[in-house]
Ligand binder design. Sequence first.
Ligand code: IPM
Ligand code: MG
Length: 367
Amino acid sequence: MTTPSLLILPGDGIGPEVMAEVRRIIDWFGAERGLNFDVSEDLVGGCAYDKHGTPLHDDTMARAQEVDAVLLGAVGGPQYDALDFSVKPERGLLRLRKEMDLFSNLRPAQCFDALSDFSSLKKDVVAGLDIMIVRELTSGVYFGEPRGIFTEGNERVGINTQRYTESEIARVARSAFELAMKRDKKLCSMEKANVMESGILWREVVTEVGRDYPEVELSHMYADAGAMQLTRWPKQFDVIVTDNLFGDLLSDLAAMLTGSLGMLPSASLGAPMENGRPKALYEPVHGSAPDIAGQGKANPIACILSFAMALRYSFDQGDEATRLEAAIERVLADGVRTADLMGPEGGTPVSTSGMGDAILSALDTSL
Ligand code: IPM
Ligand code: MG
Protein backbone atom coordinates (compact mmCIF):
# COMPACT_ATOMS: atom_id res chain seq x y z
CA MET A 1 0.00 0.00 0.00
CA THR A 2 1.34 3.45 -0.81
CA THR A 3 1.92 5.89 2.02
CA PRO A 4 -1.04 8.30 2.22
CA SER A 5 -0.18 11.87 1.32
CA LEU A 6 -0.97 14.97 3.31
CA LEU A 7 -0.53 18.57 2.16
CA ILE A 8 -0.08 21.00 5.02
CA LEU A 9 -0.95 24.66 4.45
CA PRO A 10 -0.27 26.52 7.72
CA GLY A 11 -1.31 29.91 6.27
CA ASP A 12 -1.21 33.16 8.24
CA GLY A 13 -1.36 34.49 11.78
CA ILE A 14 -1.48 31.70 14.36
CA GLY A 15 -1.73 29.11 11.55
CA PRO A 16 2.00 28.21 11.53
CA GLU A 17 2.33 27.89 15.30
CA VAL A 18 -0.75 25.68 15.77
CA MET A 19 0.29 23.61 12.75
CA ALA A 20 3.74 23.06 14.28
CA GLU A 21 2.00 21.18 17.12
CA VAL A 22 -0.02 19.13 14.63
CA ARG A 23 3.25 18.10 12.96
CA ARG A 24 4.49 16.75 16.29
CA ILE A 25 1.26 14.77 16.70
CA ILE A 26 1.59 13.39 13.16
CA ASP A 27 5.17 12.32 13.96
CA TRP A 28 3.94 10.61 17.11
CA PHE A 29 1.44 8.52 15.14
CA GLY A 30 4.25 7.58 12.76
CA ALA A 31 6.67 6.56 15.50
CA GLU A 32 4.23 4.90 17.90
CA ARG A 33 1.36 3.64 15.75
CA GLY A 34 3.09 2.94 12.44
CA LEU A 35 0.83 5.46 10.68
CA ASN A 36 3.12 7.19 8.23
CA PHE A 37 2.19 10.06 5.97
CA ASP A 38 3.98 11.57 3.05
CA VAL A 39 3.80 15.17 4.30
CA SER A 40 4.48 18.22 2.16
CA GLU A 41 4.02 21.86 3.09
CA ASP A 42 3.12 24.95 1.08
CA LEU A 43 1.72 28.48 1.28
CA VAL A 44 -1.85 29.75 1.27
CA GLY A 45 -3.41 33.13 2.02
CA GLY A 46 -1.49 36.31 2.77
CA CYS A 47 1.90 34.56 2.94
CA ALA A 48 1.31 33.14 -0.55
CA TYR A 49 0.35 36.60 -1.76
CA ASP A 50 3.56 38.04 -0.28
CA LYS A 51 5.67 35.49 -2.14
CA HIS A 52 3.74 34.93 -5.39
CA GLY A 53 1.27 37.82 -5.68
CA THR A 54 -1.63 35.37 -5.40
CA PRO A 55 -3.23 33.79 -2.30
CA LEU A 56 -2.98 30.35 -3.91
CA HIS A 57 -0.33 29.48 -6.48
CA ASP A 58 -1.43 27.16 -9.31
CA ASP A 59 1.22 24.62 -8.29
CA THR A 60 -0.24 24.51 -4.78
CA MET A 61 -3.73 24.09 -6.23
CA ALA A 62 -2.51 21.21 -8.38
CA ARG A 63 -0.80 19.54 -5.42
CA ALA A 64 -4.01 19.88 -3.36
CA GLN A 65 -5.88 17.99 -6.09
CA GLU A 66 -3.38 15.11 -5.94
CA VAL A 67 -2.99 14.45 -2.24
CA ASP A 68 -5.18 12.26 -0.03
CA ALA A 69 -5.96 15.14 2.33
CA VAL A 70 -5.17 18.82 2.87
CA LEU A 71 -4.73 20.25 6.36
CA LEU A 72 -5.05 24.04 6.58
CA GLY A 73 -4.28 26.42 9.46
CA ALA A 74 -5.86 29.82 8.93
CA VAL A 75 -5.69 32.70 6.46
CA GLY A 76 -5.86 36.49 6.66
CA GLY A 77 -4.58 39.45 8.62
CA PRO A 78 -5.06 43.22 8.85
CA GLN A 79 -2.06 43.90 6.59
CA TYR A 80 -4.07 42.38 3.71
CA ASP A 81 -7.30 44.34 4.30
CA ALA A 82 -6.54 46.90 1.61
CA LEU A 83 -5.74 44.32 -1.09
CA ASP A 84 -7.96 43.98 -4.11
CA PHE A 85 -10.84 41.56 -3.46
CA SER A 86 -9.51 39.11 -6.07
CA VAL A 87 -6.25 38.50 -4.19
CA LYS A 88 -7.42 38.67 -0.60
CA PRO A 89 -6.17 35.75 1.54
CA GLU A 90 -9.72 34.32 1.83
CA ARG A 91 -9.84 33.91 -1.95
CA GLY A 92 -7.16 31.23 -1.63
CA LEU A 93 -9.34 29.22 0.72
CA LEU A 94 -12.45 29.73 -1.41
CA ARG A 95 -10.55 28.58 -4.51
CA LEU A 96 -9.45 25.38 -2.76
CA ARG A 97 -13.02 24.64 -1.68
CA LYS A 98 -14.46 25.37 -5.13
CA GLU A 99 -11.87 23.64 -7.34
CA MET A 100 -11.66 20.57 -5.12
CA ASP A 101 -15.48 20.61 -5.16
CA LEU A 102 -15.69 20.18 -1.38
CA PHE A 103 -19.44 20.47 -1.15
CA SER A 104 -20.01 18.99 2.30
CA ASN A 105 -18.58 20.93 5.22
CA LEU A 106 -18.82 19.14 8.56
CA ARG A 107 -18.70 21.47 11.55
CA PRO A 108 -19.12 19.72 14.87
CA ALA A 109 -20.06 21.74 17.94
CA GLN A 110 -19.16 19.69 20.93
CA CYS A 111 -19.03 20.86 24.51
CA PHE A 112 -16.11 19.39 26.42
CA ASP A 113 -17.07 18.50 30.00
CA ALA A 114 -14.11 20.35 31.46
CA LEU A 115 -15.18 23.52 29.65
CA SER A 116 -18.96 23.59 30.13
CA ASP A 117 -18.62 26.71 32.30
CA PHE A 118 -17.20 28.60 29.34
CA SER A 119 -20.41 29.02 27.42
CA SER A 120 -22.33 32.26 27.66
CA LEU A 121 -25.36 30.00 28.15
CA LYS A 122 -26.34 28.17 31.34
CA LYS A 123 -24.35 25.03 31.98
CA ASP A 124 -27.34 22.66 31.73
CA VAL A 125 -28.18 24.04 28.28
CA VAL A 126 -24.77 23.12 26.84
CA ALA A 127 -23.31 20.32 29.01
CA GLY A 128 -22.87 17.22 26.86
CA LEU A 129 -23.79 19.08 23.67
CA ASP A 130 -22.71 17.22 20.54
CA ILE A 131 -24.20 18.44 17.28
CA MET A 132 -22.96 18.44 13.71
CA ILE A 133 -23.68 21.17 11.19
CA VAL A 134 -23.37 20.12 7.57
CA ARG A 135 -22.88 23.28 5.53
CA GLU A 136 -23.07 23.29 1.73
CA LEU A 137 -19.74 24.80 0.73
CA THR A 138 -19.35 25.22 -3.01
CA SER A 139 -22.48 26.98 -4.21
CA GLY A 140 -25.23 29.35 -3.11
CA VAL A 141 -24.71 33.05 -2.70
CA TYR A 142 -20.94 32.62 -2.24
CA PHE A 143 -20.51 31.68 -5.89
CA GLY A 144 -23.80 32.48 -7.72
CA GLU A 145 -23.79 34.66 -10.83
CA PRO A 146 -24.44 37.47 -11.54
CA ARG A 147 -22.33 39.06 -8.88
CA GLY A 148 -20.50 42.34 -8.67
CA ILE A 149 -20.86 46.05 -8.12
CA PHE A 150 -22.57 47.64 -11.11
CA THR A 151 -23.80 51.08 -12.03
CA GLU A 152 -27.49 51.59 -12.58
CA GLY A 153 -28.47 55.12 -13.59
CA ASN A 154 -26.60 57.42 -11.25
CA GLU A 155 -25.89 55.01 -8.44
CA ARG A 156 -24.06 51.76 -7.82
CA VAL A 157 -25.72 48.45 -7.00
CA GLY A 158 -24.10 45.48 -5.27
CA ILE A 159 -25.35 42.11 -6.47
CA ASN A 160 -24.93 38.53 -5.28
CA THR A 161 -27.07 35.62 -6.35
CA GLN A 162 -28.41 32.72 -4.33
CA ARG A 163 -28.51 29.78 -6.72
CA TYR A 164 -28.86 26.07 -6.08
CA THR A 165 -29.39 23.23 -8.52
CA GLU A 166 -31.26 20.09 -7.49
CA SER A 167 -28.12 17.99 -7.75
CA GLU A 168 -26.17 20.39 -5.54
CA ILE A 169 -28.85 20.16 -2.87
CA ALA A 170 -29.23 16.40 -3.24
CA ARG A 171 -25.54 15.57 -2.78
CA VAL A 172 -25.08 17.60 0.39
CA ALA A 173 -28.39 16.28 1.73
CA ARG A 174 -27.22 12.73 1.10
CA SER A 175 -23.97 13.33 2.97
CA ALA A 176 -25.96 14.71 5.91
CA PHE A 177 -28.33 11.72 5.95
CA GLU A 178 -25.34 9.34 5.84
CA LEU A 179 -23.85 11.11 8.82
CA ALA A 180 -27.16 11.09 10.70
CA MET A 181 -27.30 7.30 10.17
CA LYS A 182 -23.99 6.99 12.04
CA ARG A 183 -25.18 9.26 14.86
CA ASP A 184 -28.60 9.73 16.48
CA LYS A 185 -30.59 9.45 13.23
CA LYS A 186 -32.06 12.94 13.47
CA LEU A 187 -31.63 15.52 10.74
CA CYS A 188 -32.96 19.09 10.69
CA SER A 189 -32.78 20.98 7.40
CA MET A 190 -32.71 24.79 7.57
CA GLU A 191 -33.59 27.31 4.84
CA LYS A 192 -35.96 30.23 4.31
CA ALA A 193 -38.66 28.57 2.22
CA ASN A 194 -41.05 31.27 3.43
CA VAL A 195 -39.08 33.94 1.54
CA MET A 196 -36.77 32.31 -1.02
CA GLU A 197 -37.52 30.05 -3.98
CA SER A 198 -34.12 28.43 -3.52
CA GLY A 199 -35.39 27.54 -0.03
CA ILE A 200 -38.56 25.96 -1.43
CA LEU A 201 -36.47 23.81 -3.77
CA TRP A 202 -34.05 22.99 -0.95
CA ARG A 203 -36.90 21.70 1.23
CA GLU A 204 -38.39 19.61 -1.61
CA VAL A 205 -35.10 17.99 -2.59
CA VAL A 206 -34.05 17.23 1.00
CA THR A 207 -37.44 15.59 1.54
CA GLU A 208 -36.99 13.49 -1.62
CA VAL A 209 -33.51 12.33 -0.61
CA GLY A 210 -34.94 11.50 2.81
CA ARG A 211 -37.12 8.78 1.28
CA ASP A 212 -33.92 6.72 0.97
CA TYR A 213 -33.34 7.11 4.71
CA PRO A 214 -36.62 6.11 6.39
CA GLU A 215 -34.80 5.52 9.70
CA VAL A 216 -33.72 9.15 9.92
CA GLU A 217 -36.21 11.50 11.52
CA LEU A 218 -36.22 14.52 9.21
CA SER A 219 -37.48 17.96 10.24
CA HIS A 220 -37.39 21.37 8.56
CA MET A 221 -36.93 24.77 10.13
CA TYR A 222 -36.65 28.30 8.83
CA ALA A 223 -33.05 29.31 9.39
CA ASP A 224 -33.92 32.28 11.59
CA ALA A 225 -36.05 30.09 13.83
CA GLY A 226 -33.19 27.59 13.74
CA ALA A 227 -30.83 30.23 15.13
CA MET A 228 -33.31 30.91 17.90
CA GLN A 229 -33.74 27.21 18.72
CA LEU A 230 -29.96 26.71 18.69
CA THR A 231 -29.59 29.22 21.50
CA ARG A 232 -32.77 28.17 23.34
CA TRP A 233 -32.19 24.40 23.56
CA PRO A 234 -29.36 23.21 21.28
CA LYS A 235 -29.53 19.63 22.51
CA GLN A 236 -32.74 19.12 20.50
CA PHE A 237 -30.50 18.80 17.41
CA ASP A 238 -28.26 16.02 16.16
CA VAL A 239 -27.32 16.82 12.54
CA ILE A 240 -28.30 20.09 10.83
CA VAL A 241 -27.99 20.55 7.06
CA THR A 242 -28.10 24.00 5.53
CA ASP A 243 -26.81 26.16 2.68
CA ASN A 244 -23.51 27.98 2.38
CA LEU A 245 -24.41 31.35 3.90
CA PHE A 246 -26.82 30.15 6.59
CA GLY A 247 -24.26 27.48 7.44
CA ASP A 248 -21.57 30.13 7.84
CA LEU A 249 -23.72 32.03 10.35
CA LEU A 250 -25.23 29.07 12.17
CA SER A 251 -21.90 27.31 12.58
CA ASP A 252 -20.36 30.36 14.28
CA LEU A 253 -23.37 30.51 16.55
CA ALA A 254 -23.13 26.79 17.33
CA ALA A 255 -19.39 27.06 17.90
CA MET A 256 -19.81 29.77 20.48
CA LEU A 257 -22.41 27.69 22.38
CA THR A 258 -19.49 25.52 23.39
CA GLY A 259 -17.69 28.59 24.70
CA SER A 260 -14.42 27.82 23.04
CA LEU A 261 -13.93 28.66 19.41
CA GLY A 262 -10.33 27.55 19.80
CA MET A 263 -11.53 23.97 20.18
CA LEU A 264 -13.54 23.29 17.05
CA PRO A 265 -12.33 21.43 13.97
CA SER A 266 -13.96 21.03 10.57
CA ALA A 267 -13.85 18.75 7.57
CA SER A 268 -14.74 19.71 4.01
CA LEU A 269 -15.44 16.67 1.89
CA GLY A 270 -16.02 16.13 -1.81
CA ALA A 271 -16.72 13.19 -4.07
CA PRO A 272 -14.70 9.97 -3.69
CA MET A 273 -11.38 9.82 -5.57
CA GLU A 274 -10.13 6.76 -7.46
CA ASN A 275 -8.78 5.25 -4.27
CA GLY A 276 -12.20 5.55 -2.64
CA ARG A 277 -11.18 8.35 -0.29
CA PRO A 278 -13.19 11.56 -0.49
CA LYS A 279 -11.41 14.70 -1.61
CA ALA A 280 -10.85 16.41 1.69
CA LEU A 281 -9.64 19.53 3.43
CA TYR A 282 -9.46 19.82 7.21
CA GLU A 283 -9.20 23.10 9.06
CA PRO A 284 -9.97 24.63 12.44
CA VAL A 285 -13.11 26.79 12.62
CA HIS A 286 -11.18 29.68 14.19
CA GLY A 287 -9.43 32.35 12.15
CA SER A 288 -5.84 33.57 12.01
CA ALA A 289 -6.09 35.64 15.25
CA PRO A 290 -3.45 38.20 14.19
CA ASP A 291 -3.63 39.92 17.60
CA ILE A 292 -1.94 36.97 19.32
CA ALA A 293 0.07 35.56 16.40
CA GLY A 294 3.68 34.61 17.06
CA GLN A 295 3.38 34.85 20.84
CA GLY A 296 2.87 31.18 21.69
CA LYS A 297 -0.57 31.97 23.12
CA ALA A 298 -2.73 30.21 20.54
CA ASN A 299 -4.67 27.07 21.38
CA PRO A 300 -3.62 24.30 18.97
CA ILE A 301 -6.50 21.97 19.88
CA ALA A 302 -8.90 22.88 17.03
CA CYS A 303 -6.16 22.20 14.51
CA ILE A 304 -5.15 18.94 16.23
CA LEU A 305 -8.81 17.86 16.30
CA SER A 306 -8.96 18.65 12.57
CA PHE A 307 -6.18 16.10 12.10
CA ALA A 308 -8.27 13.66 14.17
CA MET A 309 -11.13 14.23 11.70
CA ALA A 310 -8.68 13.47 8.87
CA LEU A 311 -7.75 10.20 10.57
CA ARG A 312 -11.45 9.31 10.78
CA TYR A 313 -12.85 10.53 7.45
CA SER A 314 -9.88 10.21 5.07
CA PHE A 315 -7.73 7.45 6.50
CA ASP A 316 -10.24 5.07 8.04
CA GLN A 317 -8.48 5.29 11.40
CA GLY A 318 -11.50 5.94 13.61
CA ASP A 319 -9.88 4.20 16.60
CA GLU A 320 -6.75 6.34 16.36
CA ALA A 321 -8.91 9.46 15.99
CA THR A 322 -10.71 8.46 19.17
CA ARG A 323 -7.35 7.91 20.89
CA LEU A 324 -6.31 11.46 20.00
CA GLU A 325 -9.65 12.97 21.05
CA ALA A 326 -9.51 11.09 24.35
CA ALA A 327 -5.96 12.37 24.98
CA ILE A 328 -7.23 15.93 24.52
CA GLU A 329 -10.17 15.30 26.89
CA ARG A 330 -7.71 13.99 29.49
CA VAL A 331 -5.45 17.02 29.20
CA LEU A 332 -8.43 19.34 29.64
CA ALA A 333 -9.74 17.35 32.58
CA ASP A 334 -6.27 17.72 34.15
CA GLY A 335 -6.68 21.50 34.00
CA VAL A 336 -4.06 22.21 31.35
CA ARG A 337 -5.07 25.54 29.82
CA THR A 338 -3.96 27.83 27.03
CA ALA A 339 -4.89 31.49 27.66
CA ASP A 340 -8.27 31.25 25.86
CA LEU A 341 -9.31 28.39 28.16
CA MET A 342 -8.30 30.03 31.42
CA GLY A 343 -11.49 30.52 33.41
CA PRO A 344 -12.24 31.64 36.95
CA GLU A 345 -11.44 28.17 38.33
CA GLY A 346 -7.83 28.55 37.14
CA GLY A 347 -5.69 25.72 35.89
CA THR A 348 -2.16 25.16 34.69
CA PRO A 349 -1.34 27.87 32.15
CA VAL A 350 0.56 26.62 29.12
CA SER A 351 1.82 28.00 25.83
CA THR A 352 0.92 26.62 22.41
CA SER A 353 3.81 24.16 22.54
CA GLY A 354 3.09 23.40 26.20
CA MET A 355 -0.36 22.21 25.14
CA GLY A 356 1.33 20.11 22.45
CA ASP A 357 3.64 18.58 25.10
CA ALA A 358 0.67 17.73 27.34
CA ILE A 359 -1.25 16.07 24.52
CA LEU A 360 1.82 14.08 23.47
CA SER A 361 2.35 12.77 26.97
CA ALA A 362 -1.35 11.87 27.25
CA LEU A 363 -0.92 9.97 23.98
CA ASP A 364 2.09 8.15 25.46
CA THR A 365 -0.05 7.15 28.43
CA SER A 366 -2.70 5.79 26.07
CA LEU A 367 -0.36 3.08 24.76
C1 IPM B 1 -15.63 30.22 7.36
C2 IPM B 1 -15.13 31.61 7.09
C3 IPM B 1 -15.00 31.78 5.59
C4 IPM B 1 -16.39 31.71 5.00
C5 IPM B 1 -14.26 33.03 5.14
C6 IPM B 1 -12.89 33.14 5.77
C7 IPM B 1 -14.16 33.11 3.65
O1 IPM B 1 -15.96 32.54 7.69
O2 IPM B 1 -14.97 29.25 6.92
O3 IPM B 1 -16.65 30.08 8.03
O4 IPM B 1 -17.13 32.70 4.98
O5 IPM B 1 -16.75 30.63 4.53
MG1 MG C 1 -17.46 31.68 8.93
